[in-house]
Design a protein around this ligand. Sequence first.
Ligand code: ATP
Ligand code: MG
Length: 141
Amino acid sequence: MTEKTFSIIKPDAVEGNFIGKIVGRFEEEGLKIAAMEMRHLARHEAEGFYAEHKARPFFGELCDFMTRSPVVLMVLEGKDAIAKNRKIMGATNPANADAGTIRKLFSKSVGENSVHGSDSPEAAAREIAYFFRGISVYSKK
Ligand code: ATP
Ligand code: MG
């Protein structure tokens, strides 16, 4: 099924000069960049985006990290885009990520893991709407 998912290139990867390489991985795998914006997130945006993790001990650290420097916000589109993006990203902890995944290639730690990707159709719809007003989560194709 052709669908859309939401992706963030996180501050560690932007600082490391990996934007091009990460976008290249998505394109190589057949995902289209349907929307893209680079900017520095406000604290309240990071807190709202990761609200599901509010009670976790790493929440403060996570929001500090996500607002440390600019990020790249993207909508990716393609066949099975949600699952495909998660596969290209690799496991949350780069130590457990498969060879060739973005997190294995570029990430330093479980906290600074280079990319975010929606983990379900519901999350994709919510996250796309959170950052990109007016973009339909559905595809015509
Ligand atoms: P994301 O939601 O960013 O795509 P994920 O779905 O693989 O990542 P989640 O469990 O949703 O993982 O955690 C969200 C983010 O919180 C992680 O990507 C990471 O940046 C941070 N995080 C998760 N676990 C830890 C931890 N134990 N210590 C520090 N940070 C963590
Ligand atoms: Mg997650």
